[in-house]
Design a protein around this ligand. Structure first.
Ligand code: GDP
Length: 444
């Protein structure tokens, strides 16, 4: 996501960094580059104009000329202004004072509403809420069924019209679902509504009627980040027609130019609450404008990375590992454990992409093959416990036996052992509080 935009901005700043003092001409040249990069990423023209003029005003002012490192200061300004157009402060989901909280989803067909309904329900359930999904999309023949499949996947009930009751009226279904939720004590009702391929009157009227019937605490407008320049019109139409309280961006994992993300918040003045980045039910996270800006500017999204790690990493195990590292008793067995931990956290590629500097190793990341971890595992599994504990004893004949056992070549085995040694060295540095170089990541 934001790959090209990120590359362009990083390149622009690289040129700037080589300069000590910045002249107005340097700043103008930088702004031209930024403007071009944003437009190419499909950010709406008005948003780009406002953005560059705010950056220009600040960059020509005292804060840059008096800064110790003017180039760094410009990057800082761009970062702050990016945070602003992404909505500023993070805005959390609002809950009703008395249950149930009602969340209505609106958006074009294919924007990812149904998938999002499931992700949101799972996320809420993980926090101890008891959500129910409501199928108020009766337009698309398969929509109710699709929501039911999603509900089954995450084990969340779905409220839908009885089959055989004809097409049904989505407004009534939505209204009944609230009664049902109250009776059965569900804490959150998520109402999936019908989308169309384009904006039309009937769709807006229906969404408005559903809104009236369920009196939602949140109306989340779901938008596909790949939609491009159209994002602004669609968002405005939904805000005018239905009235939205927040935005959810989907498909941020696609090789989207990302303009929708950067335009919608400032055009509608409505905050982005969540970002969805994959088809899996947990490919979803709360949206933090500051973290997203850091990711775009390749300052790394270390906070999200830490949160994801914490979610999946067993603390006692982590502590034991840290002790081993400090005592330099880290073995290939631990390496194997660690790889399994990494696998639990999900895609290594998406985790690495959040590291500071990831933008500059994009090519390596693209080429990174998640299967490499399986191959590495196969090699380690073909070793005897003694070999795993003491890689030093791995002589030529042992290496060739391991290669045969794992279906790999001796070169693969050698390269793994080398990488392990590097990784152990790198982790020793980390354990001692230093900053590692990158080469020791398994599989890279
Ligand atoms: P709806 O018509 O708005 O309900 O959209 P759906 O939930 O049916 O999603 C449309 C398509 O987009 C489906 O194939 C989903 O699997 C896919 N999709 C939804 N969200 C994401 C996402 O964040 N990333 C990716 N890659 N695909 C997604």
């Amino acid at each position: 996501m934001f790959g090209n935009l990120s590359d362009r901005l990083i390149e622009t700043f690289k040129n700037l960094r080589s300069k000590g003092k910045l002249s107005p001409a340097d700043i103008d040249a930088t702004l031209r580059e930024i403007r071009r990069a944003l437009l190419e990423a499909d950010v709406a023209l008005d948003v780009v104009k406002n953005f560059t003029s705010s950056v220009r005003e600040r960059a020509l002012g005292d804060e840059v000329s008096k800064a110790l490192n003017p180039a760094q200061q410009v990057v800082q300004i761009v970062n702050e202004e990016l945070v602003k157009i992404l909505g500023g402060q993070q805005r959390k989901l609002s809950f009703a004072k008395t249950a149930p909280t009602v969340i209505m989803l609106a958006g074009l067909q294919g924007s990812g509403k149904t998938t999002l309904a499931g992700k949101l329900a799972k996320w809420l359930k993980d926090q101890g809420q008891t959500p129910i999904l409501v199928a108020a999309d009766l337009q698309r023949p398969n929509a109710v069924n699709q929501l039911q499949v999603v509900g089954e996947r995450i084990d969340v009930p779905v409220f839908a019209p009885e089959p055989g009751n004809g097409v049904g009226n989505p407004v009534n279904v939505a209204k009944d679902s609230i009664k049902h939720a109250k009776q059965k004590m569900f804490s959150v009702v998520i109402v999936d509504t019908a989308g169309r391929l384009g904006i039309d009157e009937e769709l807006m009227t229906q969404a408005k009627d559903i809104r009236k019937a369920v009196d939602p605490d949140e109306v989340l407008f779901v938008i596909d980040s790949m939609i491009g320049q159209d994002a602004v019109n669609v968002a405005k139409a939904f805000d005018d027609g239905v009235g939205i309280t927040g935005v959810v961006l989907t498909k941020l994992d696609g090789d989207a130019r990302g303009g929708a993300a950067l335009s919608v918040a400032s055009v509608t003045g409505k905050p982005i609450l969540f970002a969805s980045n994959g088809e899996a039910m947990d490919a979803f996270e709360p949206f933090y404008p500051d973290r997203m800006a850091s990711r775009i500017l390749d300052m790394g999204d270390v906070l999200t990375l830490i949160e994801q790690t914490q979610k999946n990493f067993d603390e006692t195990e982590a502590r034991a590992m840290a002790e081993k590292l400090a005592k330099e008793t880290f073995t290939l067995e631990d390496f194997l454990d660690q790889m399994q931990q990494l696998k639990k956290m999900g895609s290594l590629k998406s985790m690495l992409a959040m590291m500071p500097g990831a933008g500059q190793m994009r090519q390596q990341l693209e080429n990174f093959d998640e299967k490499e971890i399986d191959r590495t595992e196969a090699i380690i599994r073909s070793m005897t416990p003694a070999e795993r504990r003491q890689p030093k004893i791995l002589n030529g004949s042992r290496r060739s036996r391991i290669a045969k056992g794992s279906g790999m070549t001796v070169t693969d085995v050698n390269s793994l052992v080398n990488r392990f040694e590097q990784a152990a060295k790198m982790m020793k540095t980390v354990a001692k509080g230093g900053v590692p170089q990158m080469p020791g990541i398994p599989g890279m």
